[in-house]
Ligand binder design. Structure first.
Ligand SMILES: C[S@@+](CC[C@H](N)C(=O)[O-])C[C@H]1O[C@@H](n2cnc3c(N)ncnc32)[C@H](O)[C@@H]1O
Length: 275
């Protein structure tokens, strides 16, 4: 990956070659990670039963989860006092792309606030239809967006839009419910919009994601504000700031700041500590 400083010191041709080489190396790394984990079916077990099985990420998560009677929108699995919500199925794709969303959620402000550099490698975890992926891609023309989802239907949508619009710096990645399947020490930033509260294995997902961040790499977490009863979203699809901080701290991320500019959502920024 190149920083703006590096960019300006390279001739355009050398720079393009470096960029192509870098993309090849990243693609190879993604392929190897996928192969190394081929024992995992990768099947999206949506709305599945509570499970406390091992992460496949090397972390011991026994005792991290408890079970409860599932509420209407929940899976009956409790993590750090929060019942995990059901996954929004691909039939909700149109809702993700609704016209009013630009006003309701201000994706422009979300992406601007990520303060991306042109060469950054960014993971959009729980990318859905790519609503944010395709807004991030133009901000990292010399970098890459890794669009991770567990639903193949969502990834298909992302692929077809890449083809239609000839977008070359997006890589769709089929993750598993425990693991986004990204190479270690690669990411400058990760974004999770309205997705984290759905992860059926949040501890495993985040442990793996933290491993994939570079030191100083940032996690941008966007969730509907639970503290605000006027936000018209089902309770399990919201998160409080306190809860979000607690869960990120548990995987070793340091809170950096909380931005309040969004109409209905928290925007929290965390960082992987530098050694
Ligand atoms: C409500 S949608 C939000 C999509 C997108 N972030 C947006 O704001 O438009 C949540 C997405 O998270 C995905 N998801 C749920 N659990 C996941 C996991 N463990 N890993 C990756 N994606 C996951 C779902 O398949 C779904 O596409």
């Amino acid at each position: 990956m190149t920083t703006p400083h590096h960019t300006s010191s390279l001739s355009p041709r050398l720079h393009r070659t470096t960029h192509i080489l870098y993309s090849l190396i990243l693609s190879l790394a993604l392929l190897l990670v996928g192969c190394a984990q081929s024992g995992d079916s990768g099947a999206p077990v949506l709305n599945g039963p509570a499970s406390t099985d091992s992460a496949g990420t090397g972390s011991d998560t026994s005792g991290v989860y408890t079970e409860t009677t599932p509420s209407r929108d929940g899976i009956g699995k409790v993590y750090m006092g929060r019942e995990i919500s059901k996954v929004m199925g691909h039939r909700g794709a149109q809702w993700l792309e609704r016209a009013q969303r630009a006003e309701e959620e201000r994706p422009d402000l979300v992406v601007d606030s990520m303060r991306l550099e042109p060469g950054d490698v960014v993971a959009d975890i729980g990318a859905g239809t790519g609503y944010f992926t395709f807004r991030i891609a133009p901000k990292v023309p010399e970098g890459r967006v890794l669009a991770v989802d567990i639903q193949p239907e969502m990834l298909r949508r992302i692929r077809s839009r890449m083809q239609e619009q000839d977008i070359r710096n997006v890589t769709p990645v089929e993750g598993t419910i425990r693991d986004p399947r990204l190479p270690a020490d690669t990411l400058d930033a990760a974004l999770m919009v309205d997705a984290y509260h759905e992860f059926s294995h949040p501890r495993e997902m985040m442990t793996s994601l933290v491993r994939s961040l570079k030191p100083g790499g940032r996690v941008h977490l966007v969730e509907y504000r639970k503290e605000d009863p006027s936000v018209p979203i089902k309770p399990l699809h919201k998160m409080s700031e306190t809860q979000a901080k607690r869960e990120m701290r548990a995987v070793g991320l340091e809170w950096v700041e909380t931005l309040d500019m969004l109409p209905q959502q928290h925007f929290l920024i965390f960082e992987k500590p530098r050694p």
